[in-house]
Write a protein that binds this ligand. Structure first.
Ligand code: PNS
Length: 154
């Protein structure tokens, strides 16, 4: 089954990387879609976000990372994927994710599969990582060292 895992990945966290690794075990063909211009102005360029994923998911022959813009259903159709895969952390995520899943189903009959975050990553989010780091906190248990380097040095 060919699936698409879309996201902002600004920056990728251990939570994202865990869902990507688990998707690679479940599906034969995985595309990771990095949205170029998310709703919130990103801290990192799309190229940097793509690079941070590739730096931390080593089996490059098993997946590809693509930068996209526009509607998710259009990008999904262009890539002939059978479903979207999204990681969900808690019920707070679920409301929004469920809404997007229903919109994508209505727009183009695109199915969405949810992968629950591991409990240890249930509270990790890119926004919190950026805020904690900006305020001088230690985010090394939320992101790998290559992402930490980018947070420190741009
Ligand atoms: O990592 P995120 O911020 O949860 O990712 C959100 C993303 C990229 C999946 C979502 O914003 C998206 O699909 N954007 C593309 C535009 C679109 O299709 N919007 C309507 C979907 S309901």
């Amino acid at each position: 089954m060919k699936i698409l895992m879309p996201g902002s990945f600004d920056p990728p966290t251990y939570g994202h990387l865990d869902v990507i690794h688990r998707s690679l075990e479940l599906f034969d063909d995985v595309i990771i879609g990095v949205i170029s211009n998310p709703n919130k102005a990103p801290m990192f360029s799309a190229e940097n976000r793509k690079q941070m994923i590739e730096d931390n998911i080593k089996s490059k022959d098993l997946y590809k990372v693509e930068i996209f813009d526009g509607l998710l259903v259009d990008f999904a159709r262009e890539n002939e994927v059978q479903a979207i895969v999204k990681g969900v952390r808690a019920m707070t995520d679920f409301d929004y994710e469920f809404q997007m899943a229903q919109v994508n189903k209505t727009l183009d009959s695109l199915e969405t599969l949810f992968v629950p975050a591991k409990p240890e990553y249930g509270y990790v989010s890119s926004s919190l990582v950026k805020e904690i780091h900006r305020l001088g906190g230690d985010v090394s248990s939320f992101v790998p060292s290559s992402v930490l380097d980018k947070l420190n040095n741009g």
